[in-house]
Design a protein. Structure first.
Length: 151
């Protein structure tokens, strides 16, 4: 047996599915899935989204807090971590500090939550507001907004 015959015997059989590309025997490549792409290769958003489904609602709650017992940025960050963790656990929301980053006793946070119905978003924002008003720090100002993708 020659060297080329040995190497050919040790390789699995392959089939030519496309020019220049070999596939393992028995494996055939299916046609390219389009999933959002047209036959010309252009992306078409209408194929990806079902427009007959309700889009849901987004609640945005922005508020300012005052931490009178905070005497350094380190203490403020400690309070902020606690507030953000409590709210994200209680309300299942995303929350971020958006203003007053370098002020020791004051901060502005914005949280956002998403639900299928407007009443559910309202309930989540009420829960967040009620929890914030019952804490040791002061709730200086707040604003609420309800947004839908249909707007």
């Amino acid at each position: 047996m020659t060297l080329s015959a040995v190497s050919a015997a040790s390789r699995p059989a392959v089939s030519e599915s496309r020019v220049g590309q070999s596939q393992p025997f028995g494996f055939t490549r299916s046609p390219r899935h389009t999933c959002g792409f047209t036959t010309t290769g252009q992306y078409d958003r209408r194929d990806r989204f079902n427009t007959s489904v309700a889009t849901g609602f987004i609640g945005i709650y922005s508020f300012e807090l005052l931490f009178p017992e905070s005497h350094s940025l380190k203490e403020k960050r400690m309070h902020l971590r606690s507030v953000k963790a409590q709210l994200s656990n209680r309300v299942a929301c995303s929350i971020a500090e958006v203003d007053h980053h370098d002020v020791w006793q004051r901060t502005r946070l914005t949280l956002a939550c998403v639900a299928r119905e407007a009443g559910e978003v309202d309930r989540l924002l009420d829960t967040a507001e009620r929890w914030l008003s019952g804490q040791d720090f002061e709730l200086l100002s707040h604003e609420r907004d309800l947004v839908t993708l249909d707007d």
